[in-house]
Design a protein around this ligand. Structure first.
Ligand SMILES: CCOC(=O)Nc1nc2cc3nc(NC)[nH]c3cc2c(=O)[nH]1
Ligand SMILES: [Zn+2]
Length: 382
């Protein structure tokens, strides 16, 4: 298929006049994505414990896969031979791949960073690899994702201001090299959008500097990196507030690694359109479930004879079909179905939260929705 020049475009459908929260539509060659949207994470070409048809049933419109992992195992060449990620994992809707930048630091056993790129040893077998913008664009092309990310440097938290400045400088250097390599890889075919990433840790002036570096490179979308790395939520919200009027309003804004329900609502209230996080599936596997009142841990004895659904307001298969008592039994018996049902519910909870926020913004009642949701949801255990 050849893709018209509008292969990737973003339409703003409504903006909340009070908060600036947005409802939009991201048009991609593999389908439209309505925002705000939560993207399930499928690190190794699978959203853990969920089959593609189940993800479709729960309304997932786009999922994430990790470049660093898939490059190391099974190898980008094997994924490419299998028809790219879409053919290999049989997911026909949009896929976003990360650049590998963040994962190499969080996973590789040893890494050395320079302006050239990152030398690291595989966390599987210790073999040496060099990862840089050119490597990242080549691998993301082999994976065939619909949205690729620039190779960036995410400063850890906490870090010194100098460290944050270094990450901003290198992220700009690497963004230019990513854009150039991406154009060379795709030779004008508009089959993969490349999003830019803004860094700067928790310093507002560095965030502004990074935005001034990255925005003129004219990417079809922008991500706010370097957050959800352990910093207090107050710092995250302050940084988002500082970027609200800076990031181009006509392009999608993506906040990586954010997934607690209240953080999603606060992110949307600060102009974010796209989110991803492993929390729903990771929490699901240890029996922690999202409900409108906070998180519930299903293994607790208090649910032993609780024959009500996990969340009576939820429309997911787990809540329509089973009780807390049964899911607690599965969990305590080490049954695989426990992980599946809990992941299913948590994923649907966040996908539905995106849908509900979109509806509230379109109907001009987002501030009320936000107040009501946060009034009921206590960040900790319900
Ligand atoms: C997902 C696309 O991101 C990238 O390619 N680089 C990148 N990834 C991040 C992932 C993160 N996950 C969390 N918290 C769980 N924080 C993150 C930050 C980055 C980032 O700065 N840069
Ligand atoms: Zn449910």
């Amino acid at each position: 298929m050849n893709f018209p020049d509008t292969a990737f475009s973003f339409t703003l459908d409504a903006v909340c006049p009070v908060t600036g929260a947005r409802a939009g539509t991201l048009h991609t060659p593999r389908g439209d994505i309505q925002t705000p949207v939560f993207m399930p994470v499928g690190t190794q070409a699978t959203v853990k414990a969920m089959a593609p048809f189940e993800l479709e049933e729960m309304g997932a419109r786009i999922i994430l896969a990790n470049t660093y992992h898939l490059y190391l195992r099974p190898g980008a060449d094997i994924v490419a031979e299998g028809g790219g990620l879409h053919g290999f994992m049989q997911w026909k809707r949009p896929i976003l791949t990360d650049s590998g930048g963040f994962q190499v630091f969080s996973l590789s056993t040893l890494n050395r960073i320079s302006d050239e790129g990152v030398w690291c040893r595989s966390h599987h077998d210790g073999t040496p690899h060099v990862m840089n913008p050119e490597w990242s664009m080549s691998v993301q092309k082999q994976l065939g994702s619909d949205i690729a990310m620039c190779f960036d440097q995410c400063a850890p938290w906490p870090c010194s201001r100098e460290e944050a400045e270094g990450a901003v400088r290198r992220t700009a250097l690497w963004a230019a090299r990513s854009k150039e390599a991406h154009a060379r890889e795709w030779q004008g075919e508009r089959r993969q959008a490349l999003f830019g990433i803004v860094q700067g840790s928790v310093w507002e002036d560095l965030r502004l500097r990074s935005a001034k570096d990255i925005i003129p490179m004219d990417f079809p979308g922008y991500a706010v990196g370097g957050l959800s790395v352990g910093e207090p939520h107050g710092d995250m919200y302050r940084i988002l507030d500082s970027l609200k009027g800076v990031l181009p309003s006509g392009k999608p804004r993506y906040l990586m690694g954010v997934g607690r329900p209240d953080n999603l609502v606060e992110g949307v209230a600060r102009g974010i359109d796209m989110f991803d996080c492993v929390l729903p599936t990771r929490n699901g596997r240890n029996g922690t479930l999202f409900t409108p009142y906070g998180a519930v841990n299903i293994k607790k004895k208090q649910y032993e004879r609780d024959f009500t659904p996990v969340d009576p307001e939820c429309d997911c298969y787990a809540c329509r079909t089973f009780t807390r008592a049964y899911i607690r039994h599965l969990y305590r018996s080490g049954e695989i179905l426990a992980s599946r049902l809990c992941s299913w519910h948590n994923l649907r909870f966040l996908i539905r939260l995106g849908e509900e926020m979109r509806k509230a913004i379109l109907e001009g009642r987002f501030p009320e929705f936000r107040r009501a949701f946060l009034g009921r949801f206590s960040g900790g255990e319900a």
